[in-house]
Structure formats: structure tokens, C-alpha cells
Unconditional design. Structure first.
Length: 231
């Protein structure tokens, strides 16, 4: 068994659980399952990948079977920083309130709302996803977009959405200490039963030496600054 501890901002235990040991999908000798749906980045503008990749060192989600290939993104401002001033308030962060877009057409299968945004450094493990949306693109491929801003959802359960449609706004709700967008793809809308799918986004740009370099298809990784290609 694995022991999981959740600490609050003052390093006090706020949650505890015993979990069966899982073998991460990336530890298998088999090639990871990749998305069949053509996916775009779930935002416009420049964002930095702060979690993402195939190893535990690159990706804090690595040991969760449904999130083994998950990505965390933070907005990037004009000077390459993630926030203005000292970053003491959620409003200081460039991604707070930015539009979150549908990565592909699909149907909303889960819509969670009503979760307050956290103050910087605070966690809400009792509603870990915060305000969140699940979009099923095809059987076995469901996008999960989490930590959205309170009262920002623009769609509801059962809605059909198109690629690039505004779904809500980036926030700091749930198990999040600073504003960011969590994204992963899994094989079911039942969050705890999902198996993660490695994602390759289409028509995006990666900044190299401060200059955006277009790529047709790419699996984003920690440390990259990414944006959709301009049409």
C-alpha cells in the first residue's frame, strides 16, 4: 500500500489515505496510448508548462493512473513572467481569468461548479478538481479541464461544443496553490476509473531562444512555453 498525505500551506496534515500501489503507464514496456482525436491547445496566447512529461521528475501527476500524462499550464506575460508584482493575489497571475477553450468538438459529460477560488498558497483537497469540465470527444477519449474560476463556466452538462469554443476561465479552485490550468485526457468520464492517454497537440508553437517555432504535432513537456499557431 502507498500512504498519501495532504499538507496545507502551514505543513499541517489535512488529509490522509491508503492507496494500492499502481504501476504507472509510462513504466510499461508498451508504447503509451496516444489520442486519435485531433486536439488543439485549450487556450490562446503564451503559457508555460510547469508539469508535464513522461517521468516523475518532470510531472508531479506521474503516479496517478488517470493523470500520468497530465499537464499544468500557467500564463506568461509580456516579460516572460507568470505574474505581476509580487504575485500575492490571484489577480496578479496572467492566467487568472484567461479564456479556456475546448481542445476539440465533443459533449460535456461532467460540469463541476460552485467551488471558490483559493488564496495564494492555500489548497482545497476536499474538492480537488475545483470547478471543472469533462468533454467527451469520442468513446474512450475525454478531456479533463480543472481549477477553473468560480462562476466562469460557459457550458453545462450535455452541451455539444466545437473546437476552440470558450468553456470557462482559468482560475485557482480546488487542489491548487496558484492560478493554473490542469489538463489531461483519459478513457472515461468517471474520474477515478480513468486511464491516462498521452496527448499530442496539433499546430502549436514552442519558444526556442525567445522565438516561436511552429510544429505540426507535439507532446508538451515541463519548461516549454507554448502557444497555438496563429492562423
Amino acid at each position: 500500500m502507498d500512504l498519501k498525505l495532504i499538507l496545507d500551506s502551514q505543513n499541517r496534515v489535512s488529509g490522509l489515505g491508503l492507496l494500492p500501489i499502481e504501476t504507472p503507464a509510462s513504466a510499461s514496456s508498451e508504447k503509451p496510448r496516444m489520442n486519435q482525436t485531433r486536439l488543439r491547445l485549450p487556450f490562446d496566447g503564451r503559457w508555460e508548462v510547469i508539469n508535464g512529461g513522461d517521468t516523475r521528475e518532470m510531472n508531479a501527476h506521474h503516479d496517478a493512473p488517470n493523470q500520468v500524462y497530465a499537464l499544468d499550464f500557467v500564463g506568461v506575460g509580456p516579460e516572460g513572467k507568470n505574474f505581476r508584482g509580487g504575485g500575492a493575489k490571484v489577480e496578479d497571475y496572467y492566467c487568472f481569468g484567461r479564456k479556456v477553450l475546448a481542445p476539440a468538438a465533443g459533449v460535456v459529460t461532467v460540469a463541476i461548479t460552485g467551488v471558490p477560488d483559493n488564496a495564494i498558497g492555500s489548497l482545497n483537497p476536499y474538492s480537488a478538481l475545483g470547478n471543472a469540465l469533462f468533454v467527451e470527444h469520442r468513446p474512450g477519449e475525454v478531456s479533463v479541464l480543472a481549477h477553473l474560476k468560480l462562476d466562469s463556466l460557459r457550458v453545462k452538462l450535455g452541451d455539444h461544443v466545437r473546437s476552440g469554443q470558450v468553456l470557462g476561465l482559468s482560475g485557482n479552485s480546488g487542489n491548487s496553490t496558484r492560478p493554473h490550468l490542469h489538463y489531461h485526457l483519459q478513457d472515461t468520464s468517471v474520474i477515478q476509473e480513468g486511464k491516462g492517454i498521452k496527448v499530442s497537440f496539433q499546430k502549436m508553437s514552442i519558444e526556442l531562444d525567445g522565438k516561436p517555432q511552429p510544429v505540426e504535432s507535439h507532446s508538451a513537456a515541463k519548461g516549454e512555453i507554448v502557444s497555438p499557431q496563429m492562423e
